[in-house]
Write a protein of this length. Sequence first.
Length: 297
Amino acid sequence: MKSIDTADLGIFLAIAKHRSFRAAATELGVTASALSHALRLMEERIGLRLLNRTTRSVALTEVGERLYAHINPAFSDIADAIDDLNNFRGTPVGTLRINAPRMAARLVLLPLITRFRQAYPDIKVEVVADDTMVDVVAAGFDAGVRYGERIAADMIAMPLGPRHRFAVVATPDYFERFPRPAMPQDLAQQQCIRFRYQNGQLYRWEFERGGIELDVEVDGPLTFSDQELMLDAALAGGGLAYVFEAQVIDHLASGRLVRVLEDWCPFYPGFFLYYPSRRQLPAPLRAFVDFTRTQEL
């Protein structure tokens, strides 16, 4: 069997991690066809198939799984050692990749990153706004942002931003056509603007007052998968929207929107930054974690 070098293994590792030639090519800065050719040559040299490829998917063979299990920890240790060299620099350098829900990216992450970049101009930040639950490690992210209850137990999590609450809002014109709901149960007679997750599930509006918790399945003619579109629809008189309070403060102050059921909308813990427990954090992530701890929540 002809030998293979670390460059070959790095190519295999990127493809195996992403289960995608396109995503691996993006990470390595080459074309997907070049990666496919390089992997095919590697398989020919060792005389073993490492991946099963179709037009729709990439899957590891049993041999590929064994190789990935052996070399992934070793390459992680090498990456840690290289990242550790940043401790000897005056200012950390590198790229920080974060996965976050779209509203978290807009309301919390963007203002924080703007200040962070001023403090660490040599660190590049890439934010992927995605409302689906993503395995940040497998997808090649340094960290993610989610609600606390949706974070895996084996992750390190820290608060990111202030507490938040939701608001049920509509235009004054809407309430000339429909009565104002006094209780969450009254939403059954309302035109509600619904939110659908990317997995197809509809969000049930959550309320709580005096220890009573309610999850209400609302109905209405409009459904979106984006909260900004929900807000736009509410401003256009399309119905009641259940959105982040921070999205509508200015609209409430100007009178463009009216709030109802406010006493049924309690404060919740805010978003959390989470990342895998590692002996040595990548220098850009360590700098971001340390910086975040100094900011007012």
